[in-house]
Design a binder for this molecule. Sequence first.
Ligand code: FA5
Length: 331
Amino acid sequence: MNLEEIKKSAIEAIESATIKEALNEIKTHYLGRNGLLTGELKSLKEMTMEMRRDAGPKIQELYAEIEKKIEAKLQLFSGSSRKTDYTAPGKKFQYGHIHPLSQVMEDSAKIFRGLNFSVISGPELEAEYYNFDALNIPANHPAREMWDTFWIKGEGKNSKSNYLLRTHTSPVQVRYMEKNSAPFQIVVPGRVFRYEAVDMSHEVNFYQLEGLMVGENVTLANFKYVVEQFLKEFFATMDKKIEFRFRPSYFPFVEPGVEVDIKLKGKWLEIMGAGMVHRRVFEAVHYNPDEVQGFAFGVGVDRLAMIKYGVPDIRLFYSGDLRFLKQFKSS
Ligand code: FA5
């Protein structure tokens, strides 16, 4: 092999090496004690002075060039003692997926959009005024006990500057009506907080979807239609027909008030509170209760998800357990 050939084959070998070990082998092959170039260097001894003067620097130059190229490439592999084969197929990237509760909120919002509702949001850190007072739940009223509250430290001067973690999405009704006039129909998906004991159907942190439709002639019959449409569409993928019932109930911000239950494995599970907006709420937002009327509802998103996916315990949604969450991958 002449020098040109050695150079060509050495460079090709270096360029195609993909692991550190291959480079070390190349180094031995060309520059090692019995290497090709080392052999060339040794052969100088047998040459005449004149030939040596010509060939010597060329061999040394090539020796240095190859050494430099090997070192440069070795640098690329430094830092990892693992044998890395850069030609091996890559590891499959694990894509995450949407959390079942987010999915249920998105699905629900989509159904309501289809029913001509707008999707609105409101703050999780809420003023006492919006969470309670404006919803006809004055301070010291026993109805406040319906919602065990996480209060924020620091006394505000009044209920507008006294803060809490909202116990329901209903305060957004007031916030929306303060800024917009009827007629309208909105839904408000969001996170709510309650200072209560956790069990299989109660969490301290959960999600609700509020609905509010106000106009001149909106009635409870309209609510019944909307809720039926929603439940039918939401549970359309379930093989069994879902059964639900309306039950009279009490919430200070509606009159009359109802609760909606869904039958699950022979048992009724409460999924939402609802009713016709109370005139005091309209008065708080300076609407004329003799000119408008409407319905409101607040549905438990976690409960909807539990029913749809057959999840027996609400705590599973917040467990962060991948064995649980991965089951919702294609949903
Ligand atoms: C309310 O929060 C009212 N704001 C609902 C409402 C809105 C009534 C508009 C009238 C008009 P309630 O506390 O019942 O009501 O909660 C509503 C739904 O949230 C319940 O039906 C249930 O599905 C769900 N829910 C309540 N507490 C919890 C909890 N701790 N964990 C999970 N879901 C809950």
